[in-house]
Design a protein around this ligand. Structure first.
Ligand code: ARG
Length: 459
């Protein structure tokens, strides 16, 4: 029997059911659906729409359903179109006639909006917590990296040496903004739609404020049409996950580069690498590549939902059912990517010798020579030209840069120590810069930020 058998005669064609059924994926909202129903039942009790006994009867039945779902004994029936239908059917079987009162003043429209907000709040927080796990590992690796340095790149060309710790923390800070974004989205979506009904509220004495508080929402909806039709909280969550995915992708891309023979900056732990089915010598960075690849899918989930939403008139339209699979998928994918990448980052061996050798070429200190001239009064543009000329000369004539520097009237022997291995990186002394002084300070700030974010995520 359908939920609308009073209005429509005969059964629904099987093809309609097959096309529109959402149970296979919205099952995972069961705990949230049950929470919503409990709050609704208690609200009906407060409004005098259910007697105390009826409230108890329904709550006991909801608990039984929860137990059956948890231990796998819940039997879905062919007519269960979605999780809401399945739970209501079973509650009615268990509680008897009072089951028919469960849906009083409620629609599946406010019900699903409530379920999905509860789910999204919890899962986005869990993602933020997993991001913090990765950030912790980045911090530990940064702390352990000491004075190790490598070339910093622009245009993927060696530019200036930077401390490895500085490089690792650069990823850490972008992840800090992801945590921020996730928590801000959670805060914005912390509004209960329950009590909006199908679209316009109700003539019955419902208690949207009470049910909102009961469910742990910070507030109830202000406008019933908005409450049932809005999915910007899903789009925002998907954006946060997509951008987080983009950040993981960039980290993945660097791991791919660093573990090539060409770079040789890092060696993956065997447990976090994969082999080739044909080429016996291969050790592949599949986790890093998949982290990079998943970003495309996460972006797709966001753009897909935005396309679904863009033409929808108020209020509920069935198109909105398409909001769940992309959200579930993005949450699942990002959680797996975070876990795997955290493992990779914790176990990868950095090859300091190769990093430093790559950063010891004299030309990465070119700007230090120019700044040395600036300190002695030369305008920067002129200093830039002098040093650029020397670097060009050195390459063209195959003469070591040191010799040309030593022989130059404005530079001379006094300037050559700047070219010695490991010197340039120590000269990055400005706040937020890549040298040991500012990085030590940065590390402290990053660690404090992680502690503060840990508190925000768990409260
Ligand atoms: N499965 C539906 C969804 O996800 C639940 C709401 C159904 N509402 C309706 N009026 N058909 O959106």
């Amino acid at each position: 029997m359908t939920l609308w058998h009073g209005r429509l005669s005969g059964g629904t064609d099987d093809l309609v059911m097959e096309f529109s059924v959402s149970l296979p994926f919205d099952q995972r909202l069961a705990v949230d659906d049950l929470a919503g129903s409990r709050a609704h039942v208690r609200g009906l009790g407060r409004g005098g729409l259910l007697s105390a006994d009826e409230v108890t009867g329904l709550l006991v039945a909801l608990d039984t359903v929860e137990g059956e779902l948890a231990d796998g004994t819940f039997v879905f029936s062919a007519g269960d179109e979605d999780i809401h239908t399945a739970v209501e059917r079973r509650v009615t079987e268990l509680a008897g006639a009072v089951g028919a009162r469960l849906h009083t003043g409620r629609s599946r429209n406010d019900q699903i909006a409530t379920d999905l907000r509860l789910y999204a709040k919890r899962e986005l927080r869990a993602v933020a917590s997993a991001v913090l796990g990765l950030q912790r590992v980045l911090l530990e690796r940064a702390e352990a990296a000491g004075r190790v340095y490598l070339p910093g790149y622009t245009h993927l060309q060696r530019a200036q040496p930077v401390l490895l710790s500085h490089h690792l923390l650069a990823h850490g800070w972008s992840l800090a903004r992801d945590v921020d974004r996730l928590l801000a989205s959670v805060e914005r979506m912390d509004v209960s739609p329950l009590g909006a009904g199908a679209l316009a509220g109700s003539s019955l004495p419902l208690d949207p404020d009470g049910t909102a508080a009961d469910l742990g929402f910070a507030a109830r909806f202000e406008n019933s049409l908005d409450a049932v039709s809005d999915r910007d909280f899903v789009a925002e969550g998907l954006f946060d996950l997509a951008l987080l995915g983009v950040h993981l992708s960039r980290l993945g891309e660097e791991l791919v580069l660093w573990t090539t023979e060409e770079f040789g900056f890092a060696v993956l732990d065997d447990a976090f690498a994969t082999g080739s089915s044909m080429l016996p010598q291969k050790k592949n960075p599949d986790v890093a590549e998949l982290a990079r690849g998943k970003a495309g899918r996460l972006i797709g989930n966001l753009t897909g939902l935005l396309a679904t939403l863009k033409g929808l008139p108020l209020a509920y339209n069935r198109d909105l059912q398409e909001d769940k699979e992309p959200l579930f998928d993005s949450v699942d994918q990002i959680r797996r990517a975070l876990a795997a990448l955290t493992g990779v980052m914790a176990t990868t061996r950095f090859v300091a010798e190769n990093m430093e050798e790559a950063a010891n070429g004299p030309s990465v200190a070119a700007v230090d020579l120019a700044e040395w001239l600036v300190e002695r009064g030369m305008p920067f543009r002129q200093a830039h030209a002098v040093v650029g000329g020397l670097v060009g000369d050195s390459l063209a004539r195959q003469v070591p840069l040191e010799e040309l520097v030593a022989a130059h009237p404005d530079l001379g022997e006094e300037a050559t120590p700047l070219l010695a291995p490991g010197v340039a990186v120590t000269r990055r002394t400005t706040p937020g810069g890549a040298g040991p002084g500012p990085v030590a300070d940065q590390m402290e700030r990053f660690s404090a930020r992680l502690d503060a974010d840990q508190t925000r995520v768990s409260t």
